[in-house]
Ligand binder design. Structure first.
Ligand code: ADP
Ligand code: MG
Length: 336
């Protein structure tokens, strides 16, 4: 007897809730917020073939589907509370559901984030998660870390290292080669990203703006600059990267760190005099943080000439010489 929709939900996705007022089983789930707290919510969808390879282990897929959502809470400095799971499945495959739910629950438990509801339907494999987190309000204002808070003179920082997930993809595609042992660590970066929740919490009241790096440093920094109405200068060879990535050509290193994506590290800004608090936040969270540049006033004349946002961002190499944006993008790698 194939597993029915409701048996499937009961078997794999229904566990007693601890923090939520009501979880799976009714028409709505219920969440209570303490007085003075604000709800932070975000939603991310993963589609087979577009966001993940069909060969990925189900357990890793369960982890990543929740990780990319928790990463958005981290970027806002919110504490995870709960999530919902909308699933389209080609079939009720027990082996898949077993692994997927194991990976999902492990990460959910690690962050005290409860599954409180969802939807299940037959269709091409698609996973849509909504997360809910909480933030304290202060004096009626929000303490959330937003993209819009960067100011001229602020330092620009990134957590961890960038580029390993993209390097793993380039190895999969046959565009780069690494030893088997090294490939396992790169593959972990791609398939098991660790959302920087502790760092996001520690940066509340310290960082002026933040975003998680999901689409590549240049693109995501561009969002911060746009929302904040500022520009930035970034020392591209100061962007932290792993030893395996540093063993690749400079062109590939730049491609992976600047335009890679799937890093799920935090990119944030802070006033220069908060540098000690930024480093303390990194130590508290157990994640290295590295200064990679500075926020500048935007050149509005230049912006009109280059509406793609390139005018907001100046890139410098290790010698302090300007690097063109297109020299840091995919074409450069092709030419290498
Ligand atoms: P409705 O028809 O009222 O939307 P459903 O029959 O779809 O409710 O779902 C029944 C219950 O199971 C609801 O509480 C819903 O939130 C929950 N649920 C459905 N699919 C999932 C899932 N994949 N994970 C967690 N809970 C789910
Ligand atoms: Mg439903």
């Amino acid at each position: 007897m194939p597993l029915g929709e409701f048996d499937l939900i009961r078997r794999y996705f229904d566990r007693p809730v601890r923090r939520a007022a009501l979880g799976v089983g009714d028409d709505c789930a219920l969440l209570s917020l303490a007085a003075g707290m604000q709800l932070a919510t975000s939603c991310d969808m993963l589609v087979e073939g577009r966001h993940f390879l069909s060969t990925v282990a189900p357990e890793r897929l369960g982890h990543k589907a929740l990780a990319v959502n928790l990463s958005d809470l981290a970027a806002c400095g919110a504490e995870p509370l709960a999530f919902t799971l909308a699933l389209a499945l080609p079939s009720a495959d027990a082996r898949f559901l077993e692994g997927f739910s194991r990976g999902l629950w492990a990460l959910a438990d690690a962050h005290g984030c409860e599954l409180i509801g969802g939807d299940t339907t037959r269709g091409p494999l698609t996973i849509c998660i909504s997360v809910f987190g909480q933030l304290p309000m202060s004096n009626g204002g929000s303490q959330a870390l937003l993209r819009a808070g960067a100011r001229a003179g602020d330092d620009v920082y990134v957590s961890g290292t960038l580029g390993d997930a993209r390097l793993a993809l380039e190895v999969f595609r046959g565009n780069a080669m690494v030893a088997g042992q090294v490939f396992n660590t790169l593959r972990d970066a791609l398939e098991l990203p660790q959302p920087r929740i502790a760092l996001g919490l520690a940066l509340r009241g310290v960082a002026s703006a933040a975003i998680d790096v999901s689409d590549g440093l240049l693109g995501d920094l561009g969002h911060v600059l746009q929302r904040s109405g500022v520009g930035a200068v970034v020392e591209i060879d100061a962007v932290p990267r792993s030893a395996p990535l540093r063993a690749q050509s400079l062109a590939l290193q730049r491609l992976c760190t600047l335009s890679g994506g799937d890093d799920y590290e935090l990119l944030f800004t802070a006033p220069a005099d908060r540098a000690p608090q930024v480093l303390a936040a990194g130590v508290l969270a157990g994640v290295p943080v590295t200064r990679i540049g500075r926020i500048e006033r935007v050149d509005h004349t230049g912006e009109r000439a280059a509406p793609d946002g390139a005018a907001r961002l100046r890139l410098l190499d290790a010698a302090g010489d300007p690097v063109r944006h297109d020299a840091a993008s995919f074409d450069h790698f092709r030419a290498a």
